[in-house]
Design a protein around this ligand. Structure first.
Ligand code: FAD
Length: 477
């Protein structure tokens, strides 16, 4: 059983299909069971199109099976964030009167200032890539079906699992179906049925931390046949209690994702009529309104998705069942890393099979041990990035901080590297990114103190003390 050659993967999503390709190269017989019908035959679910930001970690995994180039044909590079600024004080705004005069009601525009482009990397050239999750999944499904020894079975929803024996029960349009596999890998996403079965068998513990926020997709169609916004950027409308982002699509449209609290007076539920929706967007996202003719329809009919962090322990049971990707460690989407991290999982599990001579009973615990800290680190960084995107990116202090950070990167190439760069443009383990960034911040703070100067001065001419304090030592892959 421990070195078994027949593997059942539950879930033909992003990680399940990629994993099937990797296992095929090792000579395994793989059956991938997917609850949905074949997505290549039908239309995407309304409001669930999701375009992903694919970055280095995901590309690194795709390169290993020769799929990166094919996938990148449909990707659009985004070299920075484009901030759509707002005035947080909504109209009408009462201005303090001069003595003896009546208060003046000023109709202050809710949006002021210019668009602000903030490059992701110091040279402005590195990009994350906007890609449709559906298109990426379809490319991976094609690759899995082409891979020797792999079979993909649709319309099979896992409803039962005996972890000790590998017996699986599926619901299909024809009724219940049973199967058995030497090894069972749960790649069935955040709401994983495999994880649920392990929980029911007391094989793991789990915690699900739902955010108070949900998300809803809106759309910006092409304007006069062209992109309505700059397609070379990830657009952000930071609004404090809410936030919207927009990513470009190859058909010259943009998919917007609005993040907003699930309940309360300012929440998705608070806009119940077309007039209320129009008023809200005119006040808070006025530059979106003329670009989004389907705004009211999208808002009323697209579902609100849940966001949360999944933690469970361990990710394996009985030496034959394992979890991977979102099934093991779903995270909130604010660092654009969920899929990238799931792809990185596949590379690491493959390495664990190498390091254990293909013994699943050793490879699965080793995989958990090696990935636990990294996935916990990106889960935390993703939550922190929500606050950054929602509240901070528009502030002058944040912009100054970014300029100082880029100045440091130019002055200390390879020695001072920003967190965004390490997460999105390198394969440095996430836990190491977190440690290194904390160290860099301490070093910069200490250097600024030693130099007796503020950070701005540090950005202009770096002192010798800073050079000695910021040390290299990052493990790059
Ligand atoms: P999934 O892709 O969810 O695949 C799971 C599969 O299992 C599905 O096909 C499902 O139908 C199937 N399944 C489920 N239950 C069963 C069952 N009982 N039986 C059989 N099959 C089953 N990540 C990024 O890297 N960059 C981004 O920019 C990004 N943006 C995001 C934006 C939003 C709004 C959201 C919600 C997520 C975003 N993500 C992003 C995260 C990314 O989508 C996920 O991390 C990624 O899809 C996880 O891949 P997976 O294979 O683990 O799970």
């Amino acid at each position: 059983m421990s070195g078994s050659r027949d593997v059942a993967i539950v879930g033909a999503g992003l990680s399940g299909c990629l994993l099937a390709c990797f296992l095929s190269r090792r000579g395994y017989e793989v059956t991938v069971y997917e609850r949905r019908p074949d997505p290549r035959a039908g239309k995407a679910e309304r409001g669930r199109s999701i375009n992903l930001a694919l970055s280095e970690r995901g590309l690194n995994a795709l390169r290993r099976i020769g799929l990166a180039e094919e996938v990148m044909v449909d990707a659009l590079p985004m070299r920075g964030r484009m901030i759509h600024p707002a005035n947080h004080f909504q109209p009408p705004l009462a201005v303090r009167p001069k003595r003896g005069r009546r208060p003046i009601q000023v109709e202050k525009s809710s949006v002021e200032g210019k668009l602000d482009f903030q490059p992701y990397s110091v040279d402005g050239q590195r990009a994350i890539n906007s890609i449709s999750r559906g298109a990426l999944n379809n490319a991976l499904l094609d690759a899995a079906e082409r891979a020797p020894g792999v079979q993909v079975v649709f319309d099979h929803r896992l409803v039962g699992l005996e972890p000790a024996t590998g017996e699986l029960t599926f619901e299909t349009p024809q009724g219940k179906v049973q199967a058995t596999a030497g090894t069972v890998l749960g790649a069935d996403g955040a709401g994983s049925a495999v994880r649920g079965q392990l929980l029911a068998h007391d094989a793991l513990t789990e915690s699900l931390d739902f955010l108070d926020y949900g998300y809803k997709e809106l759309s910006i169609p092409p304007a006069g046949g062209d992109f309505a916004l700059d397609p070379g950027a990830l657009h952000i409308w930071p609004r404090g209690t809410s936030m919207m982002i927009a990513l470009p699509n190859p058909d010259r449209s943009f998919t917007c994702t609005l993040f907003w609290p699930n309940g309360g007076t300012r929440s998705f539920a608070s806009l119940s009529s077309p007039a209320a929706i129009e008023r809200h967007f005119a006040a808070h996202y006025p530059d979106l309104v003329p670009l989004a003719p389907n705004l009211v329809d999208d808002y009323q009919h697209n579902p609100v998705g849940l966001l949360g962090t999944v933690r469970c322990d361990p990710w394996h049971a009985h030496g034959r069942v394992g979890l991977i990707g979102d099934a093991a460690h779903a995270i909130v989407p604010f660092y654009g890393q969920g899929a990238n991290c799931a792809f990185e999982d596949v590379v690491e599990l493959d390495r664990c099979l190498d390091d254990t001579g293909g013994q699943w009973a050793r490879a699965l615990p080793l995989f958990h041990q090696r990935r636990r800290d990294d996935t916990a680190a990106i889960a935390e960084m993703a939550l922190e990035n929500f606050v950054e995107m929602r509240d901070k990116v528009a502030s002058p202090a944040f912009r100054l901080g970014k300029r100082v950070e880029h100045a440091l990167e130019r002055a200390l190439p390879g020695r001072y590297v920003s967190r965004y760069e390490l997460v999105s443009f390198s394969n440095t383990p996430y836990a190491e990114v977190r440690r290194r960034v904390q160290w860099q911040h301490r070093a910069v703070g200490a250097a600024a103190l030693v130099a007796g100067a503020g950070l701005a001065a540090v950005g202009l001419g770096l002192s010798g003390s800073l050079r000695s304090l910021v040390t290299p030592g990052s493990r790059r892959h």
